[in-house]
Ligand binder design. Structure first.
Ligand SMILES: Nc1ncnc2c1ncn2[C@@H]1O[C@H](COP(=O)(O)OP(=O)(O)OP(=O)(O)O)[C@@H](O)[C@H]1O
Length: 248
């Protein structure tokens, strides 16, 4: 299968099982959200996929290949990326300078295959493309610390996209973003490349229902159900457990 394929995933911390029997697919182009109450195991699941945590059982495959033996950096090279956190941005550097760093990092030794001028031009073109994609062009030469919080979160996203991922895990993209700026995040997600597989972990249900085509509900480390936003919003178990009947 193309994309991410998780089977019977299990994780225990000592005697505490925080993921159990998780089957999960994320094909190219997916727009899937993972929701669930606090402590349901959403972050743990993301960390198992990125390789930050080692599973206690089960398999994680990408394009058919078992990722089990690969560490975090190797999985990023395969194309599996989780968003950077604002704390990793260089606050005194400009947006453009911040975006340049992961591109150069990605090119690594490969950058030397090009002549210096050609390489620099290619890097600058790529920065422009990302600035454009995330509607950051007018802010390109401003230091990150001068940006609104929602804009800083877009820079985070730009840095992650600079890794040219094929799977992207957006870890609470709207956390801390005032509601007056949340449309920036929605627009950015809507403008992600069509073939990118996107997993959104988010507490903001308005955002989830706007951008996700499919929603997985995790409770106590197990998948309770998966469905379209419409199906999920009508599921009485989900309403009772998580949504509090707020979504009609
Ligand atoms: N390193 C760890 N050692 C022991 N228990 C852990 C560890 N990391 C997470 N847990 C436990 O695993 C469970 C799932 O936590 P996790 O952070 O994955 O949930 P979550 O759904 O992301 O929660 P939130 O929505 O609050 O971020 C919780 O009971 C948590 O206390």
């Amino acid at each position: 299968m193309q994309g991410l394929e998780v089977r019977s995933l299990r994780k225990a911390f000592g005697g505490l099982t925080v993921a159990e029997g998780i089957d999960f697919d994320l094909p190219p182009g997916a727009r899937k959200a993972l929701i669930g109450p606090n402590g349901a195991g959403k972050t743990t699941f993301a960390n198992l996929v990125t390789g930050k945590l080692t599973p206690s059982g089960g398999t994680i495959r990408f394009d058919g290949a078992d990722l089990g033996a690969l560490g975090e950096a190797a999985r990023v090279k395969r194309g599996i990326a989780k968003t950077f956190q604002i704390t990793t941005l260089f606050r005194t550097l400009t947006v453009r300078e911040n975006i340049r760093l992961p591109i150069l990092e990605r090119l690594g030794r490969g950058g030397r295959l090009f002549g210096r001028a050609a390489c620099n031009a290619a890097v600058e073109d790529e920065i422009e493309m990302l600035l454009d994609q995330l509607a950051l062009i007018s802010l390109a030469d401003k230091p990150v610390h001068s940006l609104a919080y929602g804009q800083q979160r877009l820079v985070e996203l730009a840095l992650t996209l600079a890794l040219k991922p094929r799977v992207i895990i957006l870890d609470e993209p709207a956390a801390g973003v005032p509601s007056s700026e949340s449309h920036l995040i929605v627009q950015a997600i809507e403008r992600l490349p069509g073939d990118l597989a996107v997993l959104i972990i988010e507490h903001d249900m308005d955002l989830v229902f706007r951008v996700a085509h499919s929603i997985v509900v995790l409770v106590n480390g197990r998948i309770l159900t998966e469905g379209t936003p419409d199906e999920i919003s009508r599921d009485p178990r989900v309403r009772q457990l998580y949504l509090g009947g707020a979504h009609d």
